[in-house]
Design a protein around this ligand. Structure first.
Ligand code: MN
Length: 257
């Protein structure tokens, strides 16, 4: 999404009752980017296009209802990771079971307390942030932070591609996206959603980690290591290295150069 403000997260609201939809939007728009859809069909295409951070959906809707929407969302590569909070007037336990079976993250029952809805949303978004921050390029612990097979497969392919190609100084986003079989924007948004970082940021981190290991364990000097991990400019490498590790690469080598 491309908004000119400092709101961190985006929320898609799917609700067929216009008054209700507007009301929920009014509650949330001061803190979040909001998008609105009047049924699950429109909501699904908006979710694919914008990849919101969270979706609030009504259950009973004409055309595609909340359950069918959620099932479709979970089966789709671009959207499988997005948390869904279902809003329903039905307090029947059976409906909640169906909701969770279709992949809902949480539930709220109409009429609801706005403060509770806001807290639910906040907690889910905070836990996503925590999960993203647990990813470490060094540990490559992507199974720990992914909750669906699409994301696991993507991370596996992506990390494998990095490990085989990081030494290539001309490696760029176009090539990585082609190799992984998706558009640049999809790759960017998916990696951001899973790890909080872009493909290029992750590539840089991967190279810096490799460089650190080489500097600490071999006799290569800083320039040699810079080229070995895919930097064409040792000066730029040193700057990035120092930014990341808070230590100059030359202070890690045995020779000091
Ligand atoms: Mn409805």
């Amino acid at each position: 999404m491309n908004f000119n403000s400092d709101k961190e997260f985006s929320i898609l609201i799917i609700e067929d009752n216009e008054e209700m939809r507007q009301l929920i939007n009014d509650f949330l728009e001061s803190e979040y980017h909001t998008l609105q859809a009047e049924n699950g069909k429109i909501g699904f295409s908006m979710a694919q296009e914008h990849i919101p951070d969270l979706i609030l959906t009504d259950v009973a809707m004409p055309d595609t209802d909340g359950l069918a929407f959620c099932t479709q969302l979970r089966k789709t590569f671009e959207t499988a990771h997005i948390p869904v909070v279902m809003i329903t007037a039905k307090a029947m336990e059976d409906d909640q079971v169906k909701g969770y079976e279709s992949g809902a993250t949480d539930y709220i029952i109409k009429p609801f307390n706005v403060a509770i809805l806001k807290l639910k949303i906040k907690n889910i978004l905070e836990s996503i942030k925590n999960l993203r921050s647990r990813f470490s390029i060094e540990k490559n612990n992507f199974t720990e932070i992914t909750n669906n097979r699409f994301d696991k497969e993507l991370m596996e392919k992506f990390m494998n591609y990095l490990s085989l190609n990081y030494q290539e100084s001309t490696l760029n986003l176009d090539e990585i996206a082609i190799e992984l079989g998706m558009s640049k924007s999809t790759l960017y948004r998916k990696l951001k959603a899973i790890t909080g970082s872009s493909a290029i940021d992750l590539l840089q981190l991967y190279r810096l980690q490799k460089a650190y290991t080489l500097l600490a364990n071999t006799d290569f000097n800083v320039s040699e290591v810079a080229y070995m991990v895919g930097y064409s400019d040792p000066g730029y490498f040193s700057t990035r290295f120092k930014d990341h590790f808070q230590i100059a690469p030359s202070s890690i080598t045995k020779s000091g150069i």
